[in-house]
Design a protein around this ligand. Structure first.
Ligand code: BGC
Length: 739
């Protein structure tokens, strides 16, 4: 297949003066638009249609006659998917396609570190490049609307500013490899349940203020060369051919010049696919060639499109507009010369995965246990016996979860990471404690683990409790997993509680040994009825190939935790906005009645205390905030200048995420109490102070006025800026006024 990527010598014609004359579309020194126009002028109508749809599960044909190569896509978003058969989801059984699994994007978002996002993008981009992929299907920036969404682990949390800021460096660095990102899933795909029929209705403010900004930033600042249109509907049209959001907003208002790719099987209507937004169709009738006589030729952007053009229902100009975008994508990626060669599974990538994992892990709670001693960090010179309990200490988590499932050379489990860190300095024993899902396979990739267990639930708890009694510390590893109905594509959770009787086990463990810590491996919030009894809680996410090492680094204090939650943990599901209002449904009509009050915006608006707030995360040291400075007056179109001093008052080096929120007093249109508008991660030695400065453009402070369909900053109005360590931990505030 790659042979097609060699530029055809046949087109090197000889000009009158005897110099080789390169056709304009092959000349990389020319502007893209010129090259595209030239290529289009040489292509037949059939060739133009051919490049608009898939030829296999993950590739589209180029124009072999002109030496324009195929385009190869791959999942995404936290590792390069194993090769699948031409027309099947099953892995093809290659032996050279194991990748580095990077931490799931929830963890990256929890790092609040733009430099780590750049490292992530660089590393995964290099892996995509080595595997000769042209388009990486990610990152995902759908907003966390409900803890039930099975795909939250693939996204960057509940705040549009955080998700937007964190996706930009990822995109830019991936694309430096000549690999396009495909920002997904545009948009309003905030639940998996009935994702193909869910027709979302919401007000324009919620659309523009909450659900669109991360996509806009990814497109405009990140410069993503492609975007994936989602499965769901908006205003009765599927997103894959949605006139309002593709033509109106994305290509119109934002001036997106890349290609709109359908989610796999997301296109449903030949007329709409021809008329609106969609440029490149994948996965229709997902059995492709094998599916009951329906072939790739029957895709909406294949024969049906040709027929419509011949019947005069669709113009050649409309066809050219789509083909131009796909050509541009090919020129930017598959056909780009001088690309780096990339690398796979390099020590640098494994190190990057370990680092990102450790920096994203969030220390939720670290009170002294009944013994008066803090559990974390576990000091190895003070413990002789460590008991590890729970299936998630040993279960491989890189296999499963849907399209983001991976094949890795090796995954370091939490247990393996702990054992490696402890060495012979203490005894580490393991008890299963509960049985979750002992299976482990996805599309032919199997974990190879035998997790079968014959003991009863009672017996497992009894055995774990017995072992806990004489341990110096108990580390429970539980949470969710990548099985259907948990953190997994194509289904939502139907329960906010921990599954598999884990609550009962945790309560029994902490009763037996007060020095019990709960380490949650999940990409979602869960209920914690035992929160007051348990002294220490660590949110470990899905950290990929190096998970166990990242976790051990934090537990034993090699890395001082600095992650902060990218979404709110409600105490109970009925506290969460969509559930509180009874509008989380799996039906066809999904009404986002909560409007702009998503995540912490809702909890603050309704004065509901969360279990753990957005932006929360502890450290092994302490930080003091002081010397707050803020412009008193803001020019209408100027920037807001801020400064503060952060001091590490503890005895360990550490990193702090300084969060800046802004709220308007008595706004003309109701607004959230405060919203995240800036953040910075600062590294400080013990006793060290640093002045952190921010400049927030006035445009970031505006709200979307649905009547004028524009962003508005109320003139001569009083605002407040909040200098915070978490959304519920404000260390100082200052007023300012607009002109
Ligand atoms: C998912 C996408 C994924 C695609 C290709 C779809 O089911 O929603 O995120 O990129 O499959 O695997």
């Amino acid at each position: 297949m790659r042979l097609l990527k060699i530029f055809p010598a046949v087109f090197l014609t000889v000009a009158c003066c005897g110099q080789p004359d390169v056709p304009a579309y092959l000349d990389e020194n020319r502007p893209l638009d010129e090259r595209v126009e030239d290529a289009l002028s040489r292509m037949t109508r059939e060739e133009k249609v051919a490049i608009l749809h898939a030829q296999s599960k993950f590739s589209s044909p180029g124009v072999p006659r002109l030496g324009i190569p195929e385009l190869w896509t791959t999942d995404g978003p936290h590792g390069i998917r194993p090769e699948v058969f031409w027309d099947e989801w099953d892995q093809a059984g290659w032996t050279n396609d194991s990748c580095t699994a990077f931490p799931a994007l929830t963890c990256l978002a929890a790092s609040w570190d733009r430099e780590l996002s750049a490292l992530y993008g660089k590393s995964i981009g290099e892996e995509a490049r080595y595997r000769e992929k042209d388009v990486l299907l990610g990152p995902g920036v759908n907003i966390y609307r409900t803890p039930y969404n099975g795909r939250n682990f693939e996204y960057m949390g509940e705040d549009p500013y955080l998700a937007g800021e964190m996706c930009v460096p990822y995109i830019q660095e991936v694309q430096k490899n000549g690999v396009a990102t495909c920002l997904k899933h545009y948009c309003l795909n905030n639940q998996e349940c009935n994702r193909h029929i869910a027709d979302v209705s919401l007000d324009d403010r919620a659309l523009y203020e909450i659900y669109l900004p991360a996509f806009k930033k990814g497109v405009q600042e990140g410069g993503s060369w492609s975007i994936m249109a989602a499965y769901n509907l908006y205003k009765g049209q599927h997103l894959c051919h949605n006139q309002y959001l593709l033509d109106g907003v994305l290509k119109g208002e934002w001036g997106f010049d890349g290609a709109v790719v359908s989610d796999w099987g997301g296109a449903h209507d030949s007329d709409q696919a021809a008329a609106y937004g969609l440029d490149l169709e994948f996965g229709t009738w997902t059995d492709g060639l094998a599916s009951k006589g329906k072939s790739y030729d029957a895709y909406h952007l294949a024969q049906p499109l040709l027929e419509r053009i011949k019947e005069g229902k669709v113009t050649d100009a409309q066809l050219d507009a789509k083909a131009a975008r796909v050509l541009k994508l090919i020129f930017r990626t598959a056909m780009k010369s001088g690309k780096p060669f990339g690398s796979l599974n390099s020590p640098e990538h494994l190190e990057a995965a370990r680092k990102i994992g450790a920096e994203g892990i969030v220390l939720l709670k670290n009170d002294p246990a009944a013994s008066g001693v803090k559990v974390f960090p576990v000091e190895l010179d003070q413990v002789k016996k460590i008991l590890v309990v729970g299936e998630n200490a040993i279960k491989m988590m890189t296999v499963g979860g849907g399209s983001s499932s991976l094949k890795v050379q090796h995954e370091v489990s939490p247990m393996e990471g702990l054992l490696a860190a402890v060495g012979d300095r203490a005894e580490v024993v393991y008890e299963r404690g509960y049985v979750g899902d002992p299976s482990g396979s996805y599309n032919g990739v199997t974990s190879g683990q035998d997790l079968s267990e014959s003991r009863s639930e009672d017996q497992l708890i009894e055995d774990a409790v017995r072992a806990a009694a004489d341990a110096d510390v108990v580390l429970f590893f539980g949470g969710l997993n990548k099985s259907s109905g948990q953190d997994c594509e194509d289904s939502d959770r139907n329960n906010y509680s921990l599954p598999y009787a884990q609550d009962r086990l945790i309560e029994a463990l902490v009763a037996a040994n007060p020095r019990t810590a709960v380490c949650l491996v999940s990409g979602n919030a869960v209920a914690m009825p035992w929160v007051d009894a348990v002294p220490a809680i660590l949110q470990c996410w899905y950290c990929g190939s190096q998970a166990g090492n990242s976790i051990a680094d934090v537990i034993f204090g090699k890395v001082n935790p600095s992650g902060k939650l990218p979404f709110t943990f409600p105490v109970q599901i009925s506290d969460s906005p969509a559930h509180n209002l009874g509008v989380y449904t799996c039906g066809a009509d999904v009404d986002y009645k909560e409007g702009i009050y998503v995540g912490y915006r809702w909890f603050e608006h309704k004065d509901i205390k969360p279990l753990f707030a957005f932006g929360h995360g502890l450290s092994y040291t302490e930080f003091e905030y002081s010397d707050f400075v803020c412009d008193r007056k803001l020019c209408q179109n100027g920037s807001l200048h801020l400064a503060l001093k952060v001091t590490n008052t503890g005895d360990r080096e550490g990193k702090e995420v300084v969060q800046i929120y802004v709220g308007e007093e008595n706004p003309l249109l109701e607004r959230p109490e405060k919203e995240l508008k800036a953040f910075a991660k600062v590294s400080l030695a013990p006793g060290e102070s640093k002045t952190v400065k921010f400049e927030i453009p006035a445009s970031e402070l505006a709200y979307f006025n649905p009547d004028s369909h524009s962003w508005v900053l109320d003139p001569d109005h009083e605002f407040k800026v909040y200098f915070a360590a978490a959304s519920d931990d404000v260390r100082g505030s200052l007023p300012f006024r607009t002109r």
